[in-house]
Ligand binder design. Structure first.
Ligand SMILES: NC(=O)c1ccc[n+]([C@@H]2O[C@H](COP(=O)([O-])OP(=O)(O)OC[C@H]3O[C@@H](n4cnc5c(N)ncnc54)[C@H](OP(=O)(O)O)[C@@H]3O)[C@@H](O)[C@H]2O)c1
Length: 343
């Protein structure tokens, strides 16, 4: 039996491209004591995958020659770890491959047995890292009150689609940022947002300001860039600024962490933030993973009641992983959670 595996084969020069990856065939790994062999089923494509080559974040930095990784869900085919049994569906930091190995000492926040009964795409989406990032952000930085105005950056993506709908469930007025008029219309028509702003449009700041006459009470910021600079001036004093990602910096080799390291704002915006007491507040979803099962239940119950949609774009085939990352994670036509089905 062979294992097809994508490796990070060539250092990135300029923009990430599919030829930075190369597929190799290896024998299916043999497990040792404490290890579990998993047949990958669905691999999640996340903007953060692009940072793996740049620095150590929640996982070690990736070096040329190593197998590419991504969060995913797979089925246990062989195990020498008491926690699992053959047939279990598990979530983990998988290799971009047909098979992955889980070690008993791997981080329990990443590697866990999934709750049965949910689709594998939802386990990496609305009920996985993106859904929990949305829910924890609102719970830990809120609570939201009915009638408040919430602005959602990256509203068409995996986290933003869920966060915006949760804010609607809380009775808030929700404005989302989308890339292009069609995606903005989709946010309103399909997800029930109150309004949307095209971050690729002409005067983004004026467009947002006209849609937030009472200011902004909660800013969910996953992008930085124009979305952030347009939102800060309309935020109300002391309003929470949930800054849990900064997509606009991920492809820029000179800009590693942007706003959180004090690099992303003009002096004028810094003065404004001081005056209005606006502080970017980061939260790593895994910091709250001890609450995962409770949070998953909350999200699943909203979905069951028809109050929460789980938009997704699912591509097929291991061979399509590099193009899905290169074309699919930034500004493409897809919506919601992007994943690739492997088997
Ligand atoms: N802190 C944590 O624990 C944690 C956990 C999960 C995710 N994150 C971070 O959260 C962010 C969102 O992740 P996700 O999984 O929701 O991503 P995603 O599904 O890939 O969605 C990306 C979103 O960003 C928008 N976008 C892309 N380029 C943009 C730009 N230049 N300016 C403004 N918006 C842009 C896209 O809009 P269009 O497609 O409409 O153009 C889309 O709505 C990422 O930064 C990720 O790293 C953090």
């Amino acid at each position: 039996m062979t294992n097809r595996q994508w490796i990070y084969a060539k250092p990135i020069e300029g923009k990430l491209a599919t030829d930075n990856f190369k597929m190799r065939q290896t024998p299916v790994p043999t497990i040792r004591q404490g290890q579990t062999l998993v047949r990958n089923k669905v691999i999640s494509l996340d903007p953060a995958n692009r940072t793996y080559f740049k620095y150590q974040g929640y996982r070690p930095k990736l070096h040329v020659g190593e197998a590419m990784h991504g969060f995913g869900v797979g089925e246990v085919v062989e195990t020498r770890d008491y926690r699992f049994k053959v047939g279990d569906i598990v979530h983990g930091d998988m290799e971009w491959a047909d098979y992955s190995i889980i070690n008993s000492y791997d981080r329990a926040e990443f590697f866990y047995k999934c709750t049965p009964g949910y689709s594998e795409e939802d386990l990496v989406g609305a009920l996985g890292i993106p859904g929990l990032t949305a829910l924890f952000g609102l719970e830990k930085l809120g609570p939201l009150r009915a009638g408040q105005t919430v602005v959602v950056a990256g509203a068409t993506g995996a986290c933003g689609t869920i966060l915006g709908q949760l804010a609607k469930i809380a009775g808030c007025r929700v404005i989302g940022f989308g890339g292009g008029i069609e995606k903005c219309r989709w946010l309103v028509d399909e997800l029930g947002f109150d309004d949307a702003v095209d971050y690729k449009g002409e005067d983004v700041a004026a467009d947002l300001a006209s849609k937030c006459p009472d200011g902004v009470d909660f800013f969910s910021d996953a992008t930085g860039g124009i979305v952030t600079t347009a939102t800060l001036p309309v935020m109300n004093k002391n309003a929470p600024w949930y800054h849990f990602g900064e997509i606009t910096t991920y492809d820029d080799p000179a800009n590693n962490r942007g706003i959180l390291t004090g690099n992303g704002l003009t002096p004028e915006l810094e003065t404004l933030c001081d005056r209005q007491n606006l502080k970017p507040r980061f939260l790593l979803v895994f910091d709250y993973y001890c609450e995962r099962i409770r949070a998953e239940k909350t999200l699943a119950s909203y979905m069951k009641e028809g109050r929460l949609k789980a938009p997704k774009t699912v591509l097929e085939g291991l061979e399509n992983l590099p193009s899905a990352l290169v074309d699919g994670t930034f500004g493409s036509n897809r919506i919601g959670k992007l994943s690739v089905r492997i088997s």
